[in-house]
Each structure stands twice: as C-alpha cells, then as structure tokens.
Ligand binder design. Sequence first.
Ligand code: HEM
Length: 428
Amino acid sequence: MRTVANAPDPTAPGFRRLSYGLFCWLIRTPPVLRGIGWLLRLWPFAGGLFGLVARAHAVKGVLTRPKSFSSTAHAPDLVAGDYLIAMDPGPTYDADRKLLGARLEFLKDVEAVADREAQRLIAELMQARDRPVFDLIDDYLTWIAFRAISPVFGEAADKLAVGAGDIHDQGLTRQYFMEIRYVAGQLLGGRSSPIEMRGRAELCGDALRARVSAAAVDIRRSWDVDLPSAAIERNALGLTWVSHPVTVQSAALVLQELLSRPGVYRALRSRAAEIEASEVWQDDKFRKYVRDHVLELMRFRPIFPLLARDVPRDTELETGARRNAQCRGGTTVTMWSIGALFDPHAVANSRQFCPHRDWGNQESLRYLVFGYGDRQCPAKEYALNIITSGLVGFLTLPEVRLAHDDGKAIEYDGPLMSRMRVRFAKQA
Ligand code: HEM
C-alpha cells in the first residue's frame, strides 16, 4: 500500500501550502472567480499567454477539440486508478463508455427513488424538530444521492458500501463516503494539493480498490457482462467516486447559494406552500420550476468552475483575442468555465439571477456546469433530478437558516464542503 505520493515533489512545501490555500479559497469564493473571469474575458490576449480562456465561444472551442486538448489532464489526479474521465478516445474508452451507458439505464427511476428517500429524510427531520441543529450534507443530501445512484451497482451496491457488514450500520457506510470523497476531492484539488493531502487521497484510493476487489464477484454477477475482471473493476471503482461525492457537493453548493439569497428562498417556499402538501412531489410544473432554479444556482456556484485539458502537441488556442495564442505541446490549458457562464455575449442578463432566462441558441451552454461536447457528463439529467428532488424536499421543511452560533455553519475539508449546519428559523 502506498503511503505517500509516488513522485518527488518539485515544489517547496511552503509555496505548495500557500498555493493550495489560495486555490481552496478561490474555489469556495465564486464571486472572486467570476471577477477573474471578467478580466480574462476583457483581455483574452493576456489569458492566452498563460493558457487560460474564459469567453463562452473560446471555452466551447477547446471542449470540442478533443484531439488538440485532451482529457488526460485529469490523469495525474486519479488516485484510485485510470477511468473514463481521463482517457483519450480509443477502444478502451469506447468499451467503458458503452458499459457506463448500460449501467446508467438502471437509473431510469432516479426521480422516484430520490423523491422517496427525500420524503423519508424530511419525515425524520420533522420528527426530530427539537434537535438544535442538523447537517444538510450528512443528514440529508448524502443519503438521497446514495439511494438514487445505488442502482448503477445493481445488487452489489450494499456489498460495496459496507462489505460483509450490516447495511444499516451507518458507520461503515460513512467510511465508504469518506473514501470516495477524498478520491474525488483529489480530482478537484489537483496538482496544488500538498503531499500529505495527496497521500491521504491515495490511501483512500487503495482502500476503495480493495473494497471493489472484495465485491468483484457480486459486481460481475449483477452487471452480467462478458468483460475481463480488470475492466469491470476499473469501471465499478471509477463509478463509485465520480458519481456520489460530486452530486452531494453540487447539491450542497446549490443550497448554500439559495440560503445566501433569502428573497429567492422565500419565493420558492411560498410557491411550494401554495401546493397541497401531498401534491408537491407530483406537480410537474413545480418540479420544472425548481429544476430551473437548480441550474441557475449551479451557474453561480458550480462544482467545477475551472476545467483543464492537456495539449499533446503544438497548436493554436482561440481565446477571442484578435490573434490566436500559441500553445506548446506538453502544456495544459485551463478553461475558466465560470467566466463563460457569465459571458454577456452569450448569456442575456448574465449577471442577474434569472432561473427562467430564455437561453435561445445558447441552451447547451446552460449545462456547461456538466462540461460540454462529447465529454460532457453522461449522467447530467440523473444528477439534476437528484438535486431537484433534494431541493423540493428542502422547500417542504419549515424555514431554516445557517447555524452560525455553534461555530462555523459551513466547514470545508480542502476544496470540498464537509458540513453545512442549519437550524429551523423559529428556534433561533
Ligand atoms: C451534479 C452532479 C455532477 C456534476 C456537476 C458533474 C460534472 C461533470 C463534468 C463537468 C464532467 C466533464 C469533465 C471534463 O470535461 O473534464 C463530468 C464527466 C463525467 N461524469 Fe459527471 N457530474 C455529476 C454527476 C455525475 C454522476 C452522478 C455520474 C455517474 C453516475 C457522473 C459520471 C461522469 C463520467 C463517467 C464522466 C466522464 C465522461 C467522459 O469523459 O466521457 N457524473 N461530470
């Protein structure tokens, strides 16, 4: 088992800590990222010198040239082993993507499953109304995403989460959540992570790999595909960390953004209150209304505000400046996706919060939080459904506010949020 990162670190420890701290702060502070995006859109030439693009047209351009800008940029941060998201197109990519497509079909009832779990948790939270505070991540979102995504693992889902233990043992499941979170966190934190953070993520990656190996027979039986064991394990392992932590974190960011907009929160709650309690979950119009809000809240607080691509060989980068930037082979290009989502040339009233904006011919840009082009998240509709169910349920709760009085309401572990403590407003 590895205990430290497997390559000598060329960066001085002090500088690495500083740059990691700065990176984490930036990821948690989207208004600053948006401000930098504004500068990069204003001076695309300057961004081009550093391999940065932020104009909507330029970001889409990079994401639709996979031969010149490769997803292998993610590879060094996949601590649990290779997976689709960091592969170049080819036979392995095609076979894995086909398998993923087949597994995603098992999420066809995702809305019903997520709704059911959200309702169960809401009932639990209401029963424990006297509790001074609860954690929206640990007590709510984590479980909705877990139940809703589990069908991709078929009958092997429980075995993956708790091994030979009891599925009702929350401690075992929480251990699993922690492993997948650190593995996914490394993809987000990337190269700036200090060596011990990377070491911790690698340990979690090893533990996860051992978990998947122990459940390999169950996964093979459940998936019922004629593929080598290595391929099945690679895909099962990748799916564990690429799906759940990202969905939970995105949902938490959506709620964080909503709580920072009391007017929007109040309007959504009163809209929910106009509907008969039993109908809230069946009302398609309301669901669409909430989904539009989810997408707009994600635009303001995306989990992947930046995306990276490797440059395999010398090429030119269209930044939106009069002249293209030169890109040397062996370098990396960073897309300031959050800048593109606020590009006024592509998005009407881009600075305003408009859930029902008419995106016109830019409808595909609206989903940039899920990537763009061939490598866009294949699970985006499922993930959106899960978050929408979580928000619908949240709106049926009495008003909540962040519980600042018990220390920090929101806590972070690296770039990811680990706690979001709230209390019912009337008890404040
Ligand atoms: C709100 C939740 C989610 C968000 C915001 C999200 C976001 C993204 C983004 C931005 C990419 C593209 C990365 C790039 O271009 O470099 C991506 C790719 C991917 N996502 Fe998601 N994702 C979410 C949930 C999920 C779920 C639930 C699954 C699986 C069940 C999943 C599976 C994947 C896979 C396999 C890829 C790689 C696709 C490829 O490269 O061909 N994602 N996701």
